[in-house]
Write a protein that binds this ligand. Structure first.
Ligand code: MBD
Ligand code: FE
Length: 257
């Protein structure tokens, strides 16, 4: 980083932390926790960190608010949560695109397709698409799944018409871990631990803002009460039944930088 960027960043961190402190003070004056409650909280937060659940907790409870305040009135496809299970460097696929999967991968075959355009409606050829999702046991590879590291994760490109088509399996609703500090918190809040089934999808194109979003399926029982509040109605698609496989599609719009 050059010197001026470092200074800009320091100012930004200081401003955010000052605001955090101000609101924290108001929040504590309002809720008046006693010292025992404070100590209990510190122990809980320590468990959260030590068990590696901090990114999970943040992405379930905080990330949606960051996105909403960043993007509330901008054109283009609405972003949704990156979540804690993204891996950089997923394999780059060859056509016909198919996410890496085990020979005996459980689940229903899915063909997912879409077209990527800019806000003027022009197709964006050669856009890098990065897609990942859970398996038929509701697990993400590299995070607890009994599967190779890049299972159900892959990168590929849109064609000259901005179109892509990829084979995978239909994701299932995701249950966030309940045995740790995040689960403890949910239980106290009387909140179930489910996210509706979703595809994670990210688009990168020179001159455009990287688009990180998700795709959801109409009729999913958790759409209205997603524990991570990541559902946006514009990100819903229909799962069509084609006999031997399901298909779904959604078009995406990227914003110029
Ligand atoms: C997920 O699969 C997810 O996408 C988010 C945002 C949080 C927890 C689990
Ligand atoms: Fe997810």
């Amino acid at each position: 980083m050059v010197m001026s960027e470092t200074i800009t960043k320091q100012k930004r961190v200081a401003a955010i932390f000052e605001s955090f402190n101000k609101h924290l003070k108001n929040f504590l004056e309002e809720t008046k926790p006693n010292h025992e409650e404070y100590t209990e909280f510190v122990k809980w937060a320590d468990r959260l960190g030590k068990t590696g659940e901090l990114p999970l907790f943040m992405d379930v409870f905080i990330e949606t608010h960051v996105l909403r305040s960043m993007y509330s009135d901008k054109p283009g496809t609405e972003p949704s949560l990156l979540g804690p299970f993204y891996l950089e460097d997923a394999p780059v696929l060859e056509k016909p695109y198919k996410l890496p999967m085990r020979d005996n991968e459980k689940g229903e075959k899915l063909i997912f397709s879409g077209t990527v355009r800019n806000i003027d409606g022009e197709p964006l050829a050669n856009t890098l698409v990065d897609m990942w999702h859970d398996d038929a046991d509701g697990e993400y590879s590299a995070f607890g799944a009994d599967a190779p590291d890049y299972n159900l994760r892959g990168r590929f490109y849109t064609d000259e018409n901005g179109y892509f088509e990829v084979e995978s399996i239909v994701p299932i609703p995701y249950q966030i871990p309940t045995q740790g500090a995040t689960g403890e918190f949910l239980e106290i809040m009387g909140q179930h631990p489910y996210r509706p089934a979703h595809l994670h999808i990210m688009f990168e194109q020179e001159g455009y803002e990287t688009l990180i979003t998700q795709v959801f399926f109409e009729g999913d029982e958790w759409l209205e009460s997603d524990v991570a509040d990541g559902v946006r109605s514009s990100l819903l698609t229909k799962l069509h039944d084609n006999g031997d496989h399901k298909s779904a599609s959604l078009d995406f719009v990227m914003r110029n930088k």
